[in-house]
Design a protein. Structure first.
Length: 236
């Protein structure tokens, strides 16, 4: 069954090019060019025809897409990917804290949007699918069940904290996780300001897991926002 995406974007050209690209991938698309239009579409859904994911532009003619996100999160966990021309790091963090699943800064490649959609659908939309227990990306393999970490089939020894940090990222593989969230989940609520912990342990993890820690392929930095573990290989 094809998955339904609501595309909220007022730029006509971008809307039609995304519509085509996503339709070709087999998604069923609905579009909205304003907040009012999006709200109407979300309100009038036939039972069993709810959206599986929303791609949301922020700058809309009748208001800010952020207000739709806020309203949605009161009653829905539908994955939301924000697309915006705005670069501000503070706002990215705010959007993620408000429940956006991911964001892309315009202009972005369609391949990148498709990857984020796949990841968001896997994490949120379809809870029936088992959580990822065996992460694989190139030579890196992490098994959350056996707690084994391997690089090109050779076991890598991690400290408990290094492992906890890596496992936290595996649980949300392919998605950005904010500094605050990582500190909260790995070190606890009283340490959410201590970003130097994170830099230190991320440095150690990269030294152990990356071929070139100055050009990481697995543990990616989202400047000013957090970290993202590369999307797992499709055949893993
Ligand atoms: Ca816009």
């Amino acid at each position: 069954m094809s998955r339904r995406i609501l595309l909220v974007e007022d730029d006509r050209l971008l809307r039609s090019s995304l519509f085509e690209a996503l339709s070709v991938e087999g998604y069923e698309l609905k579009t909205a060019a304003s907040l009012a239009d999006a709200r109407a579409q979300l309100k009038h859904v036939t039972p069993g025809m709810a959206m599986d994911l929303i791609v949301l532009d922020l700058g809309l003619p009748d208001g800010d897409g952020q207000s739709l996100l806020t309203d949605l999160r009161r009653s829905s966990s539908v994955p939301v990917i924000v697309i915006s021309a705005r670069q501000a790091e503070g706002q990215k963090i705010q959007l993620l804290d408000q429940g956006a699943d991911d964001y892309l800064v315009k202009p972005f490649g369609i391949g990148e949007l498709l990857a984020r959609i796949r990841v968001a659908l896997r994490h949120r939309g379809h809870a029936a699918e088992p959580a990822l227990l065996n992460y694989q990306h190139g030579p890196l393999q992490v098994n959350l069940k056996t707690r084994r970490v391997q690089l090109a089939e050779i076991e890598v020894r991690l400290t408990p904290t290094e492992y906890a940090l890596l496992a936290r990222l595996v649980r949300q593989a392919g998605q950005v996780v904010t500094h605050r969230q990582l500190l909260l989940d790995v070190w606890g609520a009283e340490h959410t300001d201590q970003t130097h912990y994170l830099r230190l342990y991320m440095g150690q993890l990269r030294a152990k897991l990356e071929a070139d820690s100055t050009d990481p392929q697995h543990l990616l930095t989202e400047p000013g926002v957090g970290y993202r573990l590369a999307e797992p290989d499709a055949d893993a």
